[in-house]
Design a protein around this ligand. Sequence first.
Ligand code: DPN
Ligand code: ZN
Length: 316
Amino acid sequence: MKRIVSFRRGTLAAATGAALTAALLTGASGAEATNNKAAAPDVDVAAVKADLGELQSIADANGGNRAHGRPGYQKSVDFIKGKLDAAGFTTSVQEFTSGGKKGYNLIADWKGGSEDKVVMAGSHLDSVEAGPGINDNGSGSAAILEVALAVAKADLQPTKHLRFAWWGDEEDGMVGSTHYVDSLADGDKSKIDSYLNFDMLGSPNPGYFVYDDDPELEKVFTDWYGAKNISTDPETEGDGRSDHAPFKDAGVRVGGLFTGAEATMSQEQADKWGGKAGEAFDPCYHSACDKTSNIDDKALDLNTDAIANAIWTLSS
Ligand code: DPN
Ligand code: ZN
C-alpha cells in the first residue's frame, strides 16, 4: 500500500491554496461568465436521513436485516428504484446468483453525456444478516441516491455519461459488483472513465478517509475537504474490501470516501476530527445496533456534499 508522508502533511496547505485560486478565478470570471458549469448543490442531509429511516423500516418489517437473498434486500432495491424512476433515470436490475440465491444490482443511467466516458458512482445496498446495515451501507446508498436525485433536479447536462449503481451481495465478497464488471465487454470496461465507491459514510466516531488509489480522483475530494479546513487521511482500512476492488482489478481508476469500520481511531486522528481515541470508528459494524442511531449526521452531510461536488466536477 503506497503511503507518501510528505503528501499527507502537505494536503491541507495544498488544498487551501487550490481553494484560494478557485475563489480568485470565480471572482475574476464572474462578469464574463466564461465558465458555464454550475457548482454542485448542497444536498439536504435531512433527505438522506429520511431514506435511512425508510431502509430501517424495511429491515424492521423483514426480520431485522436487508441481507442478500432476504426479502429486505429486494424491498430495498424496490425503494431506491422507485425514486430513480420517478426522477427520470433509466434503471435496470441485473440478476446474478450467489450462494444458491438470486441477487440483484440496480443500475441507473442519466440521459446524455458521452458514453465513451462514463463516470460511475456505486454503493452496496445489502446488509449483513446480523442487522439493518444503516451505516454499512445504507449511508452510501442513500447518499448517492440523493446525489442522483439532485442531478435530476438540476437537469444536469454533463459532458461525460453518468451512471449510478447499487450493488447486491457485497457482504459475501463483492459478488454483485464483480458480476457487473465481469459481464462488461472489454471495450466497455475501457469506457468507464472513473468509478467512485461509497461504503460507510456516517460512522458514529467518524474518520474522514479518501481513497488514495488514483491521485486525480483523490484530489477532487481532498480539495473539497481542504476548502472546509478538514484534513483527511488516505483510506487504508478498506483496500480490497469493497466494490471498487473489481473495478480497480479491471484497470478502471477508482476513488471514494469512507468514515471507518472496526478499526480504532488514533489520538492524532481524534485531535483533528474531534473524535474518541482508542474507540472503533463504528462500534456497531456488522451488528444489530447498526441502525439509524448509528449515524453521525455531520459526517453524512459532508460526505454527501463531497460526492455531489465530485459528480459535478468529474462529469462536466
Ligand atoms: N466493505 C465494508 C463492508 O461492507 O463490510 C467494510 C469496509 C468498507 C471496510 C470500506 C473497509 C473499507
Ligand atoms: Zn459490511
